[in-house]
Write a protein of this length. Sequence first.
Length: 642
Amino acid sequence: MKDYTPRPLSKRKLHPHCAVLLFSLFFPLFFYAVSPLQVVSGSGIVAEEDSKIYHFRYHNLADDYHLTGPSIWAVRFNFKGAYSVADSASFALNYFKIYNPYPNLEMRISLWNEQYGGTNELNYFPGSIIEGGNWQTVTLYSNPTNIVFPDVQNPLQIVWLVMEFTTPTEGKYMSASVGSGKNSFYYNTTVTGSEFWQSLFTAGYNCELRVSAIGNFNLLNTELELLSFSLPENILPYDTVYPSVTVYNHSNYPITDTLQVNITNPTQEFNQDLQIPLINIPAGDSLWVISSESVNFGRDPCQIKITLSLKHHPAVILAARYYNIFSETSSCHLIEYFRRYTYDIDDIPQDTDGLHHLLYFPNQVDDYSCPGAMQRFNFYQFNSLPQTAIDGYKRFYLPVEANSEPVLDAIAAAQEKRSFITRSNCRISILDPDNPENLRLSVTLNNDRTSLFEWTSSSAINPGFFAGIFEANRFEAGGLFYLKKWLAFNQPFSSTLDLGTSASIDLLVNTTELDSLKNYRVYYWIQNSFNNGGEIFYAKCLVFPYGWTVGIDDENLPHLHLTVHPNPLTKGNALKISAPNYPTIYTIYNLKGQKVFATQLVTKETSVPFAVFPASGIYFLRCETQVKDKIITESKKISVIK
């Protein structure tokens, strides 16, 4: 490998005041406006980690993404912040695990302390190499690879693992998985002289680098950590379940304790206590236990609250957990597909057995794109295309086949989900007989049987109301529905939709925006509105009846008849674009969705210089003309040879 000796990071100019640049990086990933990062599909491999070893990690175990762009990356490990009740928490490091997408990847790594932290939780920078954390060059022969710093002085409270490497292929790739992105950084060199450390979160990426710290915590009064408490999914009334629990012992001696479990419902009619013995938990080890006592739920559907405490370790604060014992069935289950282009959707099946396949095209290059699709993409905090969401809570990044085992399993799990909505209806009426194009859709949701806790962000249910018009079109997969526009987006409820109550929502539709020759459906649903979206609790579809649509007479609208030449475009020529209708806007995008050229309102023809195109490849020309308050668009593919 060639000699690669960068300047020490402590001597590079770090610019903490880059608010304008940071703001510009909040755009969705497919724009690639300023950020040097891109995302490519990961291997899809799920890493199996030994539960007997304590892993301090921010990412999940799935290799979802590979990030490409810069050559310097870092992960910030905040050990002291992991336990809010133990300010002195520190970590005795054994080694790091690094997951890499390439075999035999050579990397320079070092450990750094923290230079300073401001009021902004992301305003951190590595200062200097910590004692024993000097640069070392390693080769990642296996995946994952264990990296040891033998001379590091433990314990550690905050440490930065800095990685610097080149790859044998174009771009600099780092393995990543779903996460907040607040703990993973790259060295942003977009603006010369103002280089700075940027978190993936502020750059608009919802993922973390796949690096784990292996070791153990040094804790004074919180030696036991509750790693998991679980009940089976889709519990129904009358079910009998046996909770399971996993705890980790951070101390240097075996511990015996009892997990005290209290289970209640909102009316307090159900109140049960369990004692789960945790016997002789080995030092520096985990223990998994299934309760010998069962929980027997009654006949009434409800939400339940579980309060946990450790009998002999009262200083360990355990958050309450909520589970749903629902019995109502939803009328349909939504599978949402976020795609880059309309011509690449031949792996989507038709609606069957209560499954409804909805399409979103957030990429502005596509003719079927709309701001609402981008809004939904951002609601889920997705960071690249394509994506699939099943009933809101099962997510897939890779374009997996529709009949693949992971998708079928996720669909089966979604179909077993129950709801607290007993019934709903949607009525259509004309607001004003003199203006029949303005319609009112009145939606009513009823909860007749299920008792709920108050809706808050901490009670596991905090839903918003969604409703949208979806238009039928013939794609490669057949007749499918794509988002036309939102009627309501994450609209909050004024109060909890508790037992015996109902909620009414009025939606307004102007049918002049619709094509009288097309088929439409109105989908409405309620869904948890947490940071990255959540479970869809209820969904229903209304077929928009013929006769309610007052559309523009498309036969009287002109066609653009767009002409482009020469195509392919070669050096020494300018691209000539013309259309018989004007005023017209011409916009050119590259395959990544970046805008490389745009006009203001022009007449019939415009000329695009060859220098506008930065490289050889495929580009898309989008032409827009407005007639009778309706936008007519036409797109053409352009080949450029440099």
